[in-house]
Ligand binder design. Structure first.
Ligand SMILES: [Zn+2]
Length: 276
């Protein structure tokens, strides 16, 4: 059995989803699959997919779309507990909770615990996309301007706005705290009051960080030299982030104690000195 290292985070953010789209596309696109639902809750859908060829996979925010040869689109949202497991060869038996399992000549995929596993058509997909904000990992035009436009309409804090998938698609709780630290923005600032040059920097940094995360499968925001390491790979687990879950610890840059509070329904961490 060879388990492929696709990484695993407790709460997938956009980079994990885009990475899954890229790796699943690479492995399974062009392949005909034998599909089933070991758990039984997706039996009808699996029966429809059985014998179809996967054309391509793409992601928008935290949503995955698998396009099949008969025109079906498999829509997946992992939510908090969803998990893929992919094996190149000799897969172990699926767990009882595996909603969807497929096997192709190039490997086996198991999906369990996801919030959404559904077969949809192109109109449904359009409707889902229309409810999402710009996605920093999709290479589309005018995304920075669209991000600025959406923030300018929001009176909620920038900390809360970054979790709103209608404002920007794909940022989760780890990235929102880290991105605001990296750009020196106080999370409590009303979204519409963030200076436009800061909004520009925030977008640029978001694209940069999520691309790094997509590539490595990990969220590492710390500049290695700041903690005495020579490369991102050398960072220890507790050296990878600036503020997330570091309440009470000294800021890596100024030594001020990192604070935390509730914002947008989740806890956020920040440095009161660097982000003022
Ligand atoms: Zn600081």
């Amino acid at each position: 059995m060879r388990r492929l290292g696709y990484g695993r985070l407790a709460m997938p953010e956009g980079h994990t989803i885009h990475r899954a789209a890229r790796l699943h596309g690479k492995r399974f696109a062009g392949e005909v699959v034998a599909a089933r639902s070991p758990q039984g809750r997706f039996s009808e859908g699996a029966a429809r997919l059985d014998g179809q060829k996967l054309d391509r996979v793409d992601a928008h925010g935290k949503h995955l779309f698998y396009q099949w040869s008969d025109g079906d689109i498999l829509h997946v949202h992992l939510g908090l507990f969803g998990r893929f497991r992919v094996f190149a060869e000799d897969p172990p038996p699926p767990t009882d909770g595996t909603r969807l399992a497929w096997t192709a000549e190039t490997g086996t995929l198991y999906l369990a615990g996801a919030t959404i596993v559904d077969l949809i058509g192109p109109e449904d997909r359009e409707a889902i996309a229309s409810r999402l904000g710009p996605d920093p990992l999709r290479r589309e035009n005018n995304q920075a301007a669209e991000f600025a436009r959406r923030l300018a309409r929001r009176t909620i804090s920038i900390g809360a706005a970054l979790l709103d998938q209608k404002a920007v698609a794909g940022i989760g709780n780890v990235y929102r705290a880290e991105l605001l630290f990296l750009t020196g923005i106080d999370p409590a600032t009303p979204a519409k009051s963030v200076a436009s040059k800061d909004v520009d920097r925030l977008w640029t940094e978001t694209v940069r960080q999520l691309r790094l995360g997509e590539k490595s499968g990990r969220i590492i925001t710390v500049e290695p030299s700041e903690v005495g390491a020579s490369s991102r790979k050398d960072l220890l687990r507790d050296e990878r982030l600036y503020v997330y879950k570091r309440d009470g610890l000294p800021c890596r840059r100024c030594g001020t104690e990192i604070e935390h509070t509730e914002m947008g329904g989740r806890t956020i961490w920040w440095c009161p000195s660097c982000q003022g």
